[in-house]
Design a protein. Structure first.
Length: 248
C-alpha cells in the first residue's frame, strides 16, 4: 500500500523552513533582499491593465509587492511564513503601497474565484511535493479572471544543479522523496542552502502536464552554458507564462 504524505505535515515543515529563512541568520541573502525585480516580472507587468489586481504566490519579504505596487497595481499576496508576510506588510506600509497579505499555503488561497487580473510566483511554487504543486496551480487557475496570465519559474532537469541533486542522492546526502523532488532530511542541513525545503525539478513534458488546464503562452528554457570545476553544463530555469482560458 502506498503511503501518501500528510499535507498538514508538509505545510508545517514548509512553514518552519521559511520562518528560518526570513528570520535571518546564516542563510542565502537572496531570500531577504528587495533587489531589482525579476526581468520576466517587468516584461509581464508591461502587458497588464493599469491598476489591475495582482496576486503574488509566495511573496516572501515583498520584493515584487514593492515593485508592482510602485507601478500602481493593487497587490495581494500569500506566504506560508508569518515573518515573510509581516515583512511584506511593513515595507508596503513604509512605501505607502496598499497590500493585502495572508499567511496561507499555496494549496488553499483565501480569495473567491475569478478575482485577479494576473498572478506570479518567482522562486517559490516549486518548493513543494508534486501533489501540492498540482493543487497550488489549480488554486491559481481558480482565482484568476478568464484571460488573465500567471507567470512563474521552475527548476529544470537539464541543468548542472539537477545533476548535482542526483549525485547527492547517490551519495546519501539528499532524499529523492518522489521523482525529481529532492529534500535534505538530515538533522543538520546546511543553513547556506535551502535544501531543507522540497525542490521539484521539471522537464517540458512535466510542465505541460502540470499546466494542462491553462493555455501556455510561453514555455521557455532560460538556460546558459557554464563551465565549473565539476564540468560543463547549463544553469537556469524554466520560465512559464500561462493564461486561464476565456472559456472553460
Amino acid at each position: 500500500m502506498t503511503n501518501f504524505p500528510n499535507p498538514d505535515e508538509n505545510h508545517a515543515s514548509a512553514r518552519a523552513g521559511w520562518e528560518h529563512i526570513f528570520r535571518g541568520g546564516d542563510i542565502p541573502p537572496r531570500y531577504r533582499s528587495l533587489a531589482e525585480p525579476n526581468p520576466q516580472v517587468v516584461e509581464w507587468a508591461d502587458t497588464l491593465p493599469a491598476g489591475g489586481l495582482l496576486l503574488d504566490v509566495g511573496c516572501g519579504v515583498g520584493r515584487h509587492v514593492v515593485y508592482l505596487g510602485g507601478r500602481g497595481f493593487r497587490i495581494a499576496g500569500i506566504d506560508i511564513s508569518p515573518t515573510g508576510i509581516r515583512m511584506s506588510q511593513e515595507i508596503s506600509a513604509q512605501r505607502q503601497i496598499p497590500f493585502e497579505g495572508h499567511v496561507s499555503p499555496m494549496t488553499a488561497l483565501p480569495w473567491p474565484a475569478i478575482t485577479f487580473d494576473g498572478a506570479l510566483s518567482t522562486s517559490a511554487i516549486h518548493h513543494q511535493r508534486r501533489a501540492d504543486l498540482v493543487q497550488a496551480l489549480a488554486e491559481v487557475w481558480r482565482v484568476l479572471k478568464p484571460g488573465a496570465v500567471f507567470i512563474a519559474d521552475f527548476p529544470s532537469t537539464d541543468t548542472l544543479d539537477y545533476q548535482d541533486m542526483r549525485t547527492r542522492v547517490a551519495a546519501g546526502q539528499l532524499t529523492e522523496v518522489e521523482p525529481n523532488t529532492f529534500v535534505d532530511e538530515s538533522t543538520s542541513p546546511d543553513p547556506m542552502e535551502d535544501l531543507f525545503l522540497p525542490h521539484h525539478y521539471c522537464d517540458a513534458a512535466d510542465l505541460r502536464d502540470l499546466l494542462r488546464h491553462f493555455e501556455i503562452v510561453r514555455l521557455q528554457a532560460d538556460l546558459r552554458p557554464v563551465t565549473t570545476a565539476q564540468g560543463s553544463g547549463k544553469v537556469g530555469k524554466w520560465v512559464v507564462w500561462a493564461r486561464r482560458p476565456m472559456t472553460t
